[in-house]
Design a protein around this ligand. Sequence first.
Ligand code: BEZ
Length: 218
Amino acid sequence: MEDQIVNNMPRIGEKAPDFEVVTTTGTLKLSDYNQGSWVIMFSHPADFTPVCTTEMSAFAQQKNWFADRNTKLLGLSIDSIHSHLAWVNNVREKTDVYMDFPIIADLDMKVANLYGMLHPQESTTAAVRAVFFIDPKGIIRLIMYYPLNVGRNMEEIQRSLIALQTADECHCALPVNWKPGDMAIVPPPKTLVEMDERIANTEYEKVDFYLAKKSLNN
Ligand code: BEZ
């Protein structure tokens, strides 16, 4: 199996590699799905497994929250479409949660290899728990990898999405543990003149000229 794994790791800032695949909602081409909206693509190791069921259910329960933020969901595992359909139906019957966003049936590992989701020391046949944040221009903006035995944090996924969108809007950076309502970092000065302007500035909350924050609410 290991010889089937391609050592490919997309990087932040790169164009998301395109693909056309079979999913639980039909054939899907990433570049079409991504047109004009954010896409969060996430892999899970296997259908009918407990941690994956909690994670995928959490995504389904937050689908409207993501839609309100112009974001589409896209799941993936190295399972067949029949397995996906049976699992989605089982979860719906048992818990009333309907995982109706597209889930890629990546049996040939095409997408898992394209996105570096196979980490052989974890498994040569199951994808790790990856999350790719892809912006409306098709650029990969943030990547998370979790191992097989630790579920992801939905609050952090949502915080990360809001942070990316906010940083884009305000052309600023966001400090540790930033959450909506918190101040943003003003880009540090790049010249001596800018430094003196920053030192004289009374508008920002300043630790020093290189660490200044501003409110995003006005
Ligand atoms: C789980 O989702 O529970 C799981 C899947 C693969 C390996 C370990 C745990």
